[in-house]
Design a protein around this ligand. Structure first.
Ligand SMILES: [Zn+2]
Ligand SMILES: [Zn+2]
Length: 91
């Protein structure tokens, strides 16, 4: 059974930023998330399961707008180079 996902407010306080404003929603539009059956069939199920989410705050990651952008500029190598460096989980 597929899932109906609705546009949901979200914040990314740790986003490194980039060109343009940060995203304000995740997902930023309503869509049906296909299940494996739907993938195999090539069409979504008729009655997707509604999912409800509260607005959320997503830490330690960039917003969707900036997730695929390189950092604007940098002089220090402190931050490493992006994806995959989630080594330390400090509270
Ligand atoms: Zn389905
Ligand atoms: Zn951002």
């Amino acid at each position: 059974m597929c899932w109906q996902r609705n546009k949901t407010p979200a914040r990314w306080p740790d986003c490194a930023g980039g060109v343009g404003p940060c995203s304000t929603h995740d997902p930023d539009h309503n869509f049906v998330q296909w299940c494996p059956d739907a993938d195999a069939r090539g069409s979504p199920c008729e009655n997707p399961t509604p999912t409800s989410q509260a607005s959320s705050t997503k830490r330690k990651m960039n917003c969707p707008n900036h997730r695929n952008q390189a950092k604007p500029s940098s002089g220090n190598d402190d931050q490493g180079s992006g994806a995959g460096s989630y080594g330390s989980l400090t509270a």
